[in-house]
Every structure is written in C-alpha cells, then in structure tokens.
Design a protein around this ligand. Sequence first.
Ligand code: 13P
Ligand code: SF4
Length: 352
Amino acid sequence: MIHPALKSGGPPPHHGTATPASFASSPPTPTETGTLAREILDLKLALNAVILAHNYQVPEIQDVADFVGDSLGLAQQAATTDAEVIVFCGVHFMAETAKLLNPDKLVILPDKAAGCSLEQSCSADQLRALQATNPNFFTIAYINCSAEVKALCDVICTSGNAVKIVESVPADKDILFIPDENLGAWVMEQTGRPMTLWRGNCYAHVEFRRDSLLRLRKRFPEAKVVVHPESPREVRELADIVCSTEKMITYCRTSPDRQFVIVTESGIIHRLEKECPGKEFICAPTFDPLQLPTDGCRCNECRYMKMNTLEKLRDCLKNRNPRIELSADILARARQPIERMLSLSTGKTKPS
Ligand code: 13P
Ligand code: SF4
C-alpha cells in the first residue's frame, strides 16, 4: 500500500507504481493489456516457452511472467528450466547469461537494445589490459557484464551472493572485482578483503543522495531504509539493510515493521505491494540537477529495464526474435565462471 500522505498533496517523494517509459504518451488501456496478456500466454504455451522477468520490469510484464526475481534467482531458474524457449524480460546481459546456461535453446528478449551502464563501462579489451598487469589477479565479475567479459573471469557474482563468492577466494590471490565500484566497496566493507575495483557504476543507483534520504527519514521516522548495494557509500551508510532486490522482498515481507523507504529502481514496488499487503513503501527520490533540493516526485527508473513493454514481449514471442546468439568459443569459456557461481551459491564447491 502507498503511504496515504503521498496520495494527497504535499511534495510527494514517491509513487507506488512505475509509469512505463515507453508507454508514457499513450499507456495501454486495461482492455488492451488484457488482450496482449492473453496473446502472450497463448504464444507461450504454443512455443513451450518460459517467461523470466527481473524485479524492475513494468507491472504488466511481471504479471504474465512465470518467475520474477533478482539476477541470481533468474540465473538459477534459467539453469533448471525444462522449457524449450526462454523469454528474458530484463536487460541484454541477463538474456546472455540464460543463453550461456542453455546453449541449445532459443533465448529471446523483447528489446535487444536494453543494455546496462555497468556492462558498457567494461570492454573485454580494457579488462585484458588490466589483467595483464598482475598474473596473480583472481577476477570476480558482477553478472552485469557482457558474455565476452565473463569469458575472461574466474567467477561471476550477483548482489545476492557477492559476499559469499569473495569469501571463497583463496587468501593468496589478489582479487580484481569488476565492473561495479559501489558493490565492490560494499563487499570490501563486509568481508574486510582488499580488492582492486573497476571504476564502473550503475547510472541509476548513483543518482541517490544522502541529503534527500536524511530528509525522508525525518519525514517517516518509523520507516526502515532498504538500500541496494549499487548505491554510493554515503547512501548505504543510512541503511537499515543493504541487499539485493530479492532479499528486499523477503526483508519487507518478514519484518514486523510496516513502513519502508526503498532505495532502488521503482519497478520493485509492484512486487512489494503484492507480497506485503498492508505495508507502505516510499521510493527514495533521485538527484535532479535542475531542481534542488531532491524532494520532488522522482522515483528512479532504469531506462534500459523500461525499454521492455508488453507489446514488444508479444512480438518477440510471435517472431521468435530478437534472439541471443553467441560464438562457440564464448559459450564454452563464459559458461564456466557462471557454473562456478551457481555451485558456490549452493555451497558445494570452492574455486581453485
Ligand atoms: P539484483 O536484482 O540482482 O539485486 O540486481 C539489480 C540490478 O541492477 C540488475 O541490473
Ligand atoms: Fe544496469 Fe543499473 Fe539498469 Fe541494473 S539498474 S540494468 S545495473 S543500468
């Protein structure tokens, strides 16, 4: 439930449900949404497809998905699905990960242009050059990178398992953590393990500011502050909990508290409201260089995640396109560090 104060005037720092960017001019009517959803479900059955959606997807995509979750949960689902076709509603690197785990399956996505600022910050050539400076580097890649970059790494991690993955690395290795400097810094704080950090960041999460969060805390003193680790340190320091999007859902569902300030992409509010009835969620506003102070209604949206629409999802099922295609070499080399992550996440093996 949305906080009542936010529905009735005042400068609202929140809205409950994200407006899909691509429908901003003419959002589909409930009838159109219903028709599209039925078409999608029919096509899905005909293709024996599974729809996997990230927590940041627009509500109507989440509502037709077979599984909605964080990067780790989605990779785990992709690794175990029996479906012949995987439809990935998230961003490009996530669909690539699904393909790496299912080289013989058709993996399609609604919009191939749905990228990620973290992925863009680290090319394979740049990484190779840095790795060449220290033969003792053990490279851990946050899953938000290309398959070509994954192929150069020892193990992959997500925000849900980064601490566990770092703790599993032999003590005599020098860890190189790519490409998110904020997640990397948070993991260093948690583990005490020094690491060399790649200087990349999530353009959406670095827009959160300490001063506006402090003002929000004053306005909602009972609220717990829930922060994604891609956020800057000054923001993480104000958190009651720092965690992945899936852990945010579990935390808010199981907490005895009733009110939460959510510091991540606003798409997650849909699941929070569905799974935590009677609780109140307040989106932290983002920095706006033209309209300081940062207390207006500016929920944070990832422009890449919001490229996907229900219409594009229907079309990709209809056309079996756009699809993910990777060379045999990349498929072979990039799969290993992902499998290593998946087995470490279940606690079965250690990297050598
Ligand atoms: P998680 O959902 O794994 O926490 O990651 C957030 C994210 O930014 C994905 O791009
Ligand atoms: Fe990438 Fe940030 Fe968008 Fe996630 S929210 S896909 S890290 S740009």
